[in-house]
Design a protein around this ligand. Structure first.
Ligand code: TRP
Length: 331
């Protein structure tokens, strides 16, 4: 007897070319989960609208992110469903139905909401308040029982679980209550060495960058500020270059740490090594990416096929939900 695999759902807003933070924080985990779970990964373009005034980039950013995901090893041939949120409109229907059992206070007290209000006080739109409801609709529409989360998304997942319990209490056991899978989500700092790596801060390194570009960005990275001269001993534990070496320079990292502490290696040389290792690590990735990029129609076909498979699941759920609520059937 084959055991039924658990189902993972995760979504990411279309942000275009992905950077090291996206890769180490999420993408490599998405790839690994495919070994043990049925995975559904979604480009959440509707969620993007809650913070985006400028929508002209949505299509290219969806395409670029999908390219990066495919090249990184998210693989529909292994059964993974990869699709665009708005291609399966049932999610909007479920969002509305869930909104009817969502106390407004649950939404406005979320730390993530308060943070957004601080960030965009002039654009506190209705959709923004409902962001977690849309996320709950994503997860439950596709009957996912497992959601990989980092600390930033934990309150949203908790909200989803609460809304599922409430819905099921009111209307019967219809929705699957998802479990959080607290995977180690790595926080990667930007080249400024201070803030989280992010495209909007322009402190990022894109994983699709050619080697020269990686080198250019790495050479700008902040290192240990206490190490002013080449002869000063360094402190790898406070150096962001060193933290990246831990991921990309596995064989040499012990030596690098030793040489830094003893001023045996200078920051410039240390960064050159890192740039080289990052470029080498992503060489096969760049090749696969270029292959996909030579056939953009194939990329859109993957997404269309994902939407078809996702729709089949969505249709089952939405029918059961409407039936449970008691909406009049259409004859
Ligand atoms: N809110 C998530 C983020 O900002 C994106 C997201 C949307 C998501 N729907 C989801 C994540 C469902 C997990 C499950 O990163």
């Amino acid at each position: 007897m084959t055991e039924q695999r658990h189902r993972v759902f995760s979504g990411a807003r279309p942000t275009g070319r992905q950077h090291l933070g996206n890769y180490l924080g999420a993408i490599r985990n998405y790839v690994a989960l495919q070994d043990d779970y049925d995975c559904i990964y979604c480009v959440v373009d509707l969620h993007a609208l809650t913070t985006l005034s400028d929508t002209d980039k949505l299509r290219t950013w969806t395409y670029e992110m999908t390219l990066d995901w495919l090249a990184a090893g998210i693989d529909p041939d292994r059964g993974t469903i990869l699709f665009v949120q708005s291609h399966v409109p049932q999610v909007v229907e479920l969002h509305l139905l869930l909104s009817m059992v969502t106390p407004l206070g649950w939404l406005t007290r979320l730390p993530t909401f308060k943070e957004k209000v601080r960030q965009q006080p002039d654009n506190v739109n209705y959709g923004l308040v409902g962001y977690p409801v849309l996320m709950a609709a994503d997860i439950t529409l596709y009957k996912a029982d497992t959601v990989p989360v980092g600390v930033d998304q934990a309150p949203h997942l908790e909200f989803t679980r609460e809304i599922v319990r409430r819905f099921n209490r009111l209307f019967g056991d219809v929705l699957v209550e998802p479990q959080a899978k607290y995977t180690e989500f790595t926080k990667v700092l930007g080249i400024d060495g201070k803030q989280k790596m992010s495209k909007s801060l322009n402190n990022h390194i894109e994983i699709a960058s050619p080697p020269e570009e990686i080198q250019g960005r790495v050479m700008q990275m902040m290192t240990d500020p206490a190490r002013r001269y080449r002869s000063d001993p360094g402190h790898p534990e406070v150096c962001n270059v060193y933290s990246l070496h831990k991921f990309f320079s596995a064989d040499e990292v012990g030596q690098i740490e030793h040489d830094c502490r003893n001023a045996g290696i200078g920051c410039v040389q240390c960064k050159r090594k890192l740039a080289q290792n990052i470029a080498d690590y992503f060489a096969p990735f760049r090749e696969r990416r270029a292959e996909w990029d030579a056939h953009p129609d194939d990329v859109w076909d993957v997404l269309a096929d994902g939407a078809r498979r996702a729709s089949a699941i969505a249709e089952e759920t939405i029918t059961a939900v409407k039936d449970a609520i008691g909406l009049p059937e259409r004859r």
